[in-house]
Design a protein around this ligand. Structure first.
Ligand code: FMN
Length: 364
């Protein structure tokens, strides 16, 4: 079988076991669509968010209007060397909806091997991470550090495209240090010439981190430079910024990250705007229920207390949009059991039912 062939060339067995238990996508989804099909029907994509966009989060966003989702970044080296610690690999749900698998690394051979292994699972695409700004990654020349060296960028892209049986996309920042149209155009051209099928542009350089505003003009530069589809990313938070990004850049689809944390409704809100339909924000009561459901799914997936502990950041983000939840935060953050969380939230709901919940819901 093709999957075993891919594994024969790897060194260990543990990763093999994990992936052998991960069934490929059903036949109606496999093999992945060709280059022209890549974004058919896709307007909104959930961004990869390390430590956040697990299968639970991805499924919730797909149910709320995301057209495609991406895994958090997966170490190519870890995958090929069979690290038993790759959570993202244990957590693939290829049946939930269109899924891209993202890998990072700096060695073209290792990236090619990892892509070959993963592409056997028939995801929608393999995405290459050329955007991560984190020191641990860039100090090993991975993530956005690859953007400093166009030769390396080209070699990684070429090798992955050669080894991959599904389309390949590349997620970039606009460069390493100073934002420049010339530089991002060179980067985009290099990627396209190497055979990559789609580029996602997070419109900040590595040195900009997450500060300031994303420079959408540079997404337009990329769109005008290459013929392959371009996805815009950075600071889209709702229908207005979605529309503005499309109008200003001409990008083919939009990727949303932080605005979806604790607010997966952002996708259905934008989808409604695209259809020209009115949209009613979820009430605080609905948000509380969704928070609880999210944690419940995480507990079903990872057990206790991991399912709760790993969801704390997401819980905090849900709470930001729930009125008078400040006192609730400290209680919730200490929880390690689902029953305790349910009890605290039930108490909050009862307390709030006749006061601010009503007021808040009426004012929406
Ligand atoms: C907590 C966190 C984790 C992230 N992890 C990844 C990752 O694994 N791979 C990646 O390409 N980008 C990652 N990013 C960047 C996002 O995918 C996205 O490019 C960035 O947040 C800008 O989009 P936004 O303004 O919609 O959030 C991460 C961002 C955050 C905040």
């Amino acid at each position: 079988m093709a999957i075993n062939r891919a594994f024969d060339s790897t060194s260990g067995t543990r990763c093999l076991d994990i992936l052998a238990n991960t069934r490929p996508a059903p036949s109606h989804m496999a093999p992945g669509p060709d280059r022209g099909e890549l974004l058919r029907g896709v307007r909104l994509i959930l961004a990869p968010l390390c430590g956040i966009t697990d299968s639970v989060f991805r499924k919730i966003c797909l149910d709320r209007g995301a057209d495609m989702v991406v895994t958090e970044m997966i170490s190519s080296e870890g995958l090929v060397r069979n690290s038993p610690h790759i959570r993202a690999i244990r957590d693939l749900d290829l049946h939930a909806g269109p899924l891209a698998l993202q890998i990072f690394g700096s060695d073209p051979e290792m990236m090619g091997e990892a892509a070959a292994i993963l592409s056997e699972l028939s995801p929608r695409m393999i995405d290459l991470n050329f955007g991560c700004p984190v020191r641990k990654i860039v100090s090993k020349n991975g993530g956005s550090a690859v953007l400093k060296d166009l030769r390396l960028l080209e070699n990684i892209c070429r090798r992955v495209v050669e080894r991959c049986s599904v389309p390949v996309s590349a997620k970039i920042r606009t460069g390493w240090d100073k934002p420049s149209a010339a530089r991002v155009a060179d980067i985009a051209r290099t990627i396209e010439d190497a055979g990559v099928s789609l580029i996602v542009v997070h419109a900040r350089t590595q040195s900009q981190g997450f500060s300031g505003k994303a420079d959408w003009a540079l997404i337009k530069t990329v769109k005008e430079t290459v013929a392959i589809p371009v996805v815009g990313n950075g600071d889209v938070t709702g229908p207005l910024s979605y529309r503005e990004m499309i109008d200003k850049t001409g990008c083919d689809a939009v990727m949303i990250g932080r605005a979806a944390i604790g607010n997966p409704w952002v996708f259905e809100e934008i989808q409604a705007a695209i259809r020209g339909e009115p949209y009613r924000q979820p009430s605080p009561a609905v948000r509380v229920e969704a928070l609880l459901a999210h944690v419940g799914l995480a507990v079903a997936r990872y057990g206790e207390p991991l399912g709760i502990i790993s969801t704390r950041r997401i819980m905090g983000a849900y709470l930001k949009r729930i009125p008078n939840a400040r006192g609730l935060r400290s209680q919730i953050m200490g929880c390690t059991r689902l029953v305790d969380l349910e009890r605290i939230l039930a108490g909050y709901r009862n307390q709030s039912a006749e006061s601010h919940f009503q007021v808040a819901e009426n004012s929406l």
